[in-house]
Design a protein. Structure first.
Length: 164
């Protein structure tokens, strides 16, 4: 709330340079703000009495938007990268996939490892589970298993995350 929107009888006033001006009526506070050619802004509405400050409202809004933008910039989004395998994968191909997954994890992303079954490979689902276990074992120094291997339709998948 700013200026005339403040309807409280008494407010605790803070001056433009941050010093406490004490408790006074909102009319007096409004008069002081107008004399300084600034706005009266309620910054703590839940306090008893509410805390108001004499500031330039446009500048205040700009500062708040800038702080919000800075906070957003510092946030890290976690992507889920996918590594696809097949049940009859050779060891060199598996090592390449492990290295790719390691790069993803070191960058801070999660890795979803998917073992796809096609055609008659569906008959050997349980014997192929060891591929995912080996994959997780090869990455145990940098990653931990967040979601255990689970069969979903024609593919078995697990999720690996960075070790804390």
């Amino acid at each position: 709330m700013i200026n005339e929107q403040i309807r409280d009888k008494e407010v605790r006033l803070i001056g433009e340079d941050g010093e406490q001006l004490g408790i006074m009526s909102s009319r007096e506070a409004m008069k002081l703000a107008q004399e300084a050619d600034l706005d009266l802004v309620k910054i703590a509405p839940t306090a008893k009495p509410p805390v108001c400050k004499i500031i330039d409202y446009g500048k205040y809004r700009y500062e708040m938007a800038r702080k919000e933008k800075e906070a957003k910039k510092k946030q890290k989004t976690v992507d889920v990268k996918e590594v696809r395998l097949s049940p009859n994968i050779e060891s060199n191909d598996l090592n390449t996939k492990v290295n790719n997954a390691k790069k993803f994890i070191e960058k801070g992303n999660k890795v979803k490892v998917t073992l796809r079954f096609r055609g008659r490979e569906m008959a050997h689902v349980q014997t192929s589970k060891h591929i995912l276990d080996d994959f997780a074992d090869m990455l145990k120094d940098v990653a931990s298993v967040e979601k255990q291997p689970k069969l979903e339709g024609r593919s078995m998948s697990m999720v690996l995350t960075e070790k804390r």
